[in-house]
Design a protein around this ligand. Structure first.
Ligand SMILES: C[S@@+](CC[C@H](N)C(=O)[O-])C[C@H]1O[C@@H](n2cnc3c(N)ncnc32)[C@H](O)[C@@H]1O
Length: 371
């Protein structure tokens, strides 16, 4: 495989929007709240930053109808824009709310430190899912934490900490954290660490570590967010949601058929927090497969979302869609949405931290509504 240096030399992409590991190291891509919780399928904040700077009038109001973990919203707050994010997945909305809320830092710190001191174990009987995916001690610690969450002012922050700890404490191998198929109960040969690893037995250490890490990340973001800018999170299906007001731009990365199940990747959070599961409304869910009928439903759904969202823009305002369209679906989607492609930028996506670059490109479709 090509090294990053070789790859970047021949890159026909828009270099301005492509960054090697050396130019944009992982700690920058995952700075402050961007790493509050793992999320598969997000774009990097620096891409949003560059797109806002290039295409959106300063101080404008931005809509992301597939807002995911909230990268667009967080970057808007940092770059001085207002933002609205819609997502059909309840956990993603929880994560976005926690990232974008403005906190009184003293109160937040007092609250989180009080929760830190309140470790314990629940004797309540766990659900079948929890019994299957967690060792008994880990389950008892997680369920205890869940039982105290509602007593705190910053309950949503604690819910995100709980979900993150649950993710780490599952009976999984280290190399299959995203979509583990079955619980791993015995020691196993770990391809990631190149040694024998043992499945996790407890959750308390993760709860403590993530409480402190979350506090530090929320504090760091309060330092850099622009005062007065606001973000609103809407838990809804974007094919039918009614949003109020006008927007100056759309910045979004839609789901893509057959790639990721956005509810399923956070299954532990839905199970432990009891969140509203609307997976049947998810466009392009991998579980639905990629039959012609499924693809047609996807094209129809994304077209509806882009048409409805762009109807709330003034003439000539940018609709920026980030996608790796390997099935060549977007010419038809744009036509059906009443959008015209004004420019198409190709960018290299740096998905690896090592020397191997990984040949993965995606496009930024710069569109405007047909008049
Ligand atoms: C590619 S991800 C967006 C990631 C985002 N750019 C980020 O950086 O976190 C696509 C998102 O679309 C959401 N989604 C899928 N179908 C939807 C629908 N019908 N309405 C609203 N959101 C939907 C998924 O839940 C997922 O979070």
């Amino acid at each position: 495989m090509a090294t990053q240096a070789a790859l970047y030399e021949d890159l026909a992409a828009d270099l301005h929007l492509s960054w090697s590991e050396a130019e944009l190291p992982e700690r920058e891509r995952t700075k402050h709240v961007h790493r509050l919780h793992p999320y598969l399928g997000k774009f990097v904040p620096q891409l949003v930053e560059a797109l806002l700077e290039r295409y959106v009038r300063p101080g404008g109001r931005v809509l992301d109808p597939f807002a995911g973990s909230g990268t667009t919203l967080v970057q808007c707050l940092e770059s001085g824009y207002d933002a609205v994010g819609v997502d059909v997945a309840a956990f993603n909305c929880l994560l976005m709310r926690v990232k974008t809320t403005e906190y009184e830092l003293d109160r937040l710190e007092t609250d989180l430190r009080r929760a830190l001191a309140h470790g314990g174990r629940s004797r309540a009987r766990a659900t079948a899912y929890v019994r299957e995916w967690f060792a008994p001690d880990a389950a008892a610690e997680l369920l205890h934490f869940r039982s105290i969450v509602d007593d705190y002012e910053h309950a949503d922050v604690l819910r995100v900490v709980l979900a993150r700890a649950a993710r780490s404490a599952r009976l999984t191998t280290h190399f299959d954290l995203d979509f583990p198929r079955e619980p791993q109960r015995e020691p196993y040969w770990c391809h990631k660490h190149r040694r024998t690893c043992t499945p996790v037995r407890e959750a308390g250490k993760f709860l403590s570590r993530y409480l402190l890490d979350t506090l530090a990340r929320l504090e760091a973001f309060q330092e850099v967010r622009r005062p007065g800018c606001t973000a609103r999170v809407v838990h809804s299906d974007s094919t039918s949601v009614d949003l109020e007001g006008r927007f100056d731009a759309i910045v979004t990365s839609p789901p893509y058929p057959g790639l990721i199940d956005y509810h399923e990747q956070h299954r532990y959070a839905y199970e432990i927090l009891g969140l509203d599961d609307r997976r049947e409304r998810e466009l392009g869910a991998a579980a639905a497969g990629t039959s012609r009928r499924v693809i047609e439903r996807y094209v129809d759904g994304v077209s509806t979302v882009l048409a409805r969202s762009s109807a709330q823009l003034p003439d000539g305002a940018p609709v920026l869609v980030v996608v790796n369209d390997r099935r060549d679906l977007y010419p038809d989607i744009l036509r059906r949405s009443g959008l015209r492609l004004a420019d198409r930028l190709e960018r290299h996506v740096n998905r690896r931290t090592g020397r191997r670059a990984g040949e993965y490109f995606e496009s930024v479709l710069v569109c405007v509504r047909e008049t």
